[in-house]
Design a protein around this ligand. Structure first.
Ligand code: ATP
Ligand code: MG
Length: 243
């Protein structure tokens, strides 16, 4: 459902994405791993046009994504995003955070927006926090709200950019559990993560990136068992040593 063709992104004369060709299928969990600076976040950001590629094209359901307001709106509606640092309104409460964009962007009635928000908050076990201001929540709770908010917009695909890397180890588990629940429901996920054990457990497909290129793109979690490429081996062994 999402296709990237020859996508190239340049920052300061460096190709941080270098001729990326990739397709993501509906209902699959796609995990992107790779060293810091390899281009994982930039890849996710090109999908909803938060980063505009210098070359190449992104398609969602065979429709080109570009800067035209109509197409951009459509793309952003189809693609939800969860960031490492939550991007919530910290002075608003949990329910308001999950309702605002539904009302303002999707023009949903307040009652409907509330119903949808509560459904997704329940799924991530945050229903008892609805009236709490976001700035009083723990990191793991905030990230679960961010996930519920993204899902409340009924996206077709959810991009998650290191959703656990700002969290302390104790709260990582609750966010991973929430992601696992979404995956089980058949949501299309594209997840950039440094959580290798989780990646291995959840991936329908694993993509290893290095220096702006896709080095290895494999079904399931086989990349962890039998990495083919020297650079993948080096990355994974480094991880094993520091884990
Ligand atoms: N807005 C920007 N302006 C200039 N350079 C950028 C910008 N965004 C990213 N870069 C550079 O692009 C490269 C890829 O960055 P990116 O954030 O995609 O890496 P990453 O794989 O997500 O890394 P990490 O694992 O640390 O999150 C890095 O060298 C980074 O410094
Ligand atoms: Mg990143």
């Amino acid at each position: 459902m999402i296709t990237l063709e020859h996508v190239t992104k340049v920052y300061d004369n460096v190709r941080v994405l270098d001729d990326i060709n990739i397709q993501f299928k509906k209902g699959t969990v796609n995990v992107i791993i790779g060293p810091s600076g390899s281009g994982k976040s930039t890849l996710l950001r090109t999908i909803n046009y938060l980063a505009e590629p210098e070359k190449g094209q992104v398609f969602i359901h065979d429709e080109l994504v570009d800067a035209s307001p109509k197409r951009l709106r459509k793309a952003r509606k189809a693609v939800g995003m969860v960031f490492q640092d939550f991007h919530l309104f910290s002075h608003k409460n949990v329910l308001e955070n999950c309702m605002l964009a539904q009302i303002n962007v999707l023009n949903r009635a307040k009652d409907e927006a509330k119903k949808v928000a509560l459904k997704h908050l329940k799924a991530v076990h945050m229903e008892s926090f609805v009236t709490r201001r976001v700035d009083t929540l723990s990191g793991g709770q905030k990230q679960r709200v961010a996930i519920a908010r993204a899902l409340s917009m009924n996206p077709e695909v959810l991009l998650l950019d290191e959703p656990t890397s700002a969290l302390d180890p104790e709260t990582v588990g609750e966010v991973l559990e929430a992601i696992r629940t979404i995956a089980k429901k058949g949501m299309t996920l594209i997840l950039a993560t440094h959580e290798m054990a989780f990646a291995r457990a959840i991936a329908d497909r694993t993509i290893f990136m290095d220096a702006g290129k896709v080095v290895e793109d494999r079904n399931g979690a086989t990349i962890f068992e039998t990495p083919h490429h020297e650079r993948t081996c080096a990355f994974l062994s480094r991880f094993t040593k520091t884990a």
